[in-house]
Design a protein around this ligand. Structure first.
Ligand SMILES: NC(=O)c1ccc[n+]([C@@H]2O[C@H](COP(=O)([O-])OP(=O)(O)OC[C@H]3O[C@@H](n4cnc5c(N)ncnc54)[C@H](O)[C@@H]3O)[C@@H](O)[C@H]2O)c1
Length: 326
């Protein structure tokens, strides 16, 4: 790819996250959205000047794409990634990698075989508050990190959207755990700079009237022994505090409120070992726009935080946890 011209993106699945977050993020990163593929004509029409396709194969053949962003329902990620790999097009695929672990493993094989660049769209890595936290942890400002505690919850009723595939196990692969926990598990590993090696989970079907779990608690341990806990839920009123990330160390603590999610903003507080609290000033930055810019750098130069094998490891943790709460 020439460095001078804008990156040419295609999108498979032009629904909520693609329309409201990824496409604006591509524009903000100076890239061009040239084509979208979606079976829904209204979704294609929402893509403005980008060419609309009902067939992914035709789009991959005709779209002259540098990269494909995959934002279909989870069970369709595998097909889109395999087709892009066959066409030699780089992929940024939404989380979870797939509804089923064997699909994620097959995707990884296709990516390796084709030698394309691949990233999982863990946008929360690119939130400036999370980058600042990672830096402070690496500098030893918290001492030894003992635990990370995450609350990442929302309210998702069965009629949340016209076709609520998230409540359908076949298409989603699971409920609140499979949808929300990947972000937290990835973020913990990002903050610590090391892998989680063990995970346990309990799920619940307590409030919503669908078959997938509407809440779960996960606990996990990192390679060097830091512990993590995650409460994820679809049964949590959004009027109540529901997005919180705490890192506890022997010499202090970081508390991030409302930084987890798709949007910029939130607040970061650092507490020293005496408990004195200071607001940490974090530059404004849209996690999706920063993710798209980072993926552009990844295509040009490699690196910049995208790593198939790491993401496959995280996906295995997600599905291990899922298997425990079926
Ligand atoms: N990173 C994040 O914060 C975040 C947020 C929301 C969703 N997501 C992920 O993004 C994906 C999409 O979620 P969403 O909320 O945008 O869903 P959505 O239902 O709003 O959109 C999905 C779109 O895919 C289209 N589609 C269905 N079959 C298709 C096919 N065969 N080819 C192409 N398009 C097809 C649908 O018509 C729809 O427009 C999911 O994997 C989800 O987990 C990630």
């Amino acid at each position: 790819m020439e460095a001078a011209r804008p990156l040419r993106w295609g999108i498979a699945g032009f629904g909520w996250v693609a329309r409201d977050h990824a496409a604006p993020g591509m524009a903000a990163a100076g890239a061009e959205l040239v084509a979208v593929c979606d079976p829904d004509p209204a979704a294609r029409a929402a893509a403005g000047a980008a060419a609309g396709f009902a067939s992914l194969d035709v789009m991959l053949r005709d779209g002259r794409l540098d990269a494909l962003y995959v934002a279909t329902p989870n069970h369709l990620h595998r097909d889109a990634v395999e087709r892009a790999a066959e066409a030699g097009v780089a992929v940024l695929c939404e989380k979870p990698m797939a509804a089923r672990l064997d699909d994620a493993e097959a995707m990884a094989r296709a990516v390796r075989r084709a030698g394309i660049r691949y990233g999982t769209a863990y946008d929360q890595r690119h939130h400036p508050a999370h980058e600042a936290m990672r830096g402070m942890i690496a500098e030893g400002r918290l001492g030894t990190v003992t635990a990370i505690r995450i609350v990442y919850c929302c309210w998702l009723a069965s009629g949340w959207s016209a076709d609520n595939w998230r409540a359908d196990r076949t298409r989603a692969g699971g409920g609140a755990l499979l949808d929300l926990a990947p972000h937290g598990l990835d973020l913990v590993q990002f903050l610590l700079g090391e892998r989680l090696v063990e995970v346990r989970a309990l799920g619940q079907h307590r409030v919503q009237d669908y078959a997938v779990e509407d809440g779960a608690v996960l606990i996990a341990r990192s390679a060097t022994g830091a512990l993590a806990s995650l409460h994820v839920a679809y049964n949590h009123r959004e009027t109540l505090p529901r997005r919180r990330l705490e890192v506890v160390g022997t010499e202090g603590m970081l508390v991030a409120e409302n930084t987890m999610g798709q949007s910029p903003g939130g607040a970061l507080t650092w507490l020293d070992e005496e408990g004195a609290a200071r607001v940490v000033a974090v530059p404004h930055g849209d996690p999706f726009a920063r993710q798209m810019a980072a993926f552009g750098r990844h295509l040009r130069e490699g690196g910049d935080g995208f790593d198939l094998e790491r993401d496959l490891h995280t996906e295995r943790l997600v599905h291990q946890a899922m298997d425990q709460c079926l």
